[in-house]
Design a protein around this ligand. Sequence first.
Ligand SMILES: O=C(O)CCC(=O)C(=O)O
Ligand SMILES: [Fe+2]
Length: 285
Amino acid sequence: MKVSSMAAFEVLAISPDDPNAPELFSKSLRGTGFAVIKDHDIDMVEISDMYDVWSKYFADEAKHDDATPGSDPAGYFGYKSENAKGRTQKDLKEFFHVYQSRDVPPDCEAVTRKFHASLIGLGETLLGWLDQVTPPEVASKLSMPFTRMVEGSQDHLLRVLHYPPLPDDVEPGEVRAAAHGDINLITLLVTGSEPGLQAQDVNGDWHDIPCGTGYINVNAGDMLAQASHGYYPSTVHRVINPPKQENRARYSLPLFMHPRPDVRLATQTAGEFLQQRLKEIGHAG
Ligand SMILES: O=C(O)CCC(=O)C(=O)O
Ligand SMILES: [Fe+2]
């Protein structure tokens, strides 16, 4: 099934039960950098519980106590704390970074740990699909199969994102999330509570990424593009501001799948690549 069907930009919706799922997934990522997974095992109740506990968390000013200093990648990040690479204006979002071995707010802990583990499991399945179908001439250049790159990784970042309703004083050019490529191997994004996510095609045109209930969007990040020498392109995407009559909060839940830091991508290790990119987006340092 095509969920976005401009000739140049075809995001496929794939069911894990389809025997051709690995090929379709690879085809969709190759064509657009994006794919959509439907009929997965992640429970809708789990997803709505996540939105429930985290909307309460962001509504409480005590969140500021969870801000971590300087270069620490975990914890709470306040409104307008991150910019896309190459931009000075900050994104109109706040977020909390969850890692497997780092603290999570007690009221969010149980549901978040379970959700994080479920998404990591799905992400490992998807990387296994890529290992199955990536052609030998590309696979032979990898330092190891994708699934091995993430074995034992403690760096799979679950970002709980809150985009508040836009304030009246938004400046020209300020957006919820400016155009960027993700740093990691693949991103699994439970579709946002509101629309707004768009991806750019090779001609520079923007396309809405479908936000159907229960869909999980997957996109290739820069580490996958590096390791595969461009076979899987990392597609630039953004989150646009809502029209005035739909100026509501938006939540989304991307999981960024990261290799262990010592894994070689192409010329750099995953750890070296990550540190360089974190500086460029206004973290670390
Ligand atoms: O909120 C979204 O839908 C996308 C967020 C995103 O692209 C990111 O945090 O890297
Ligand atoms: Fe992103």
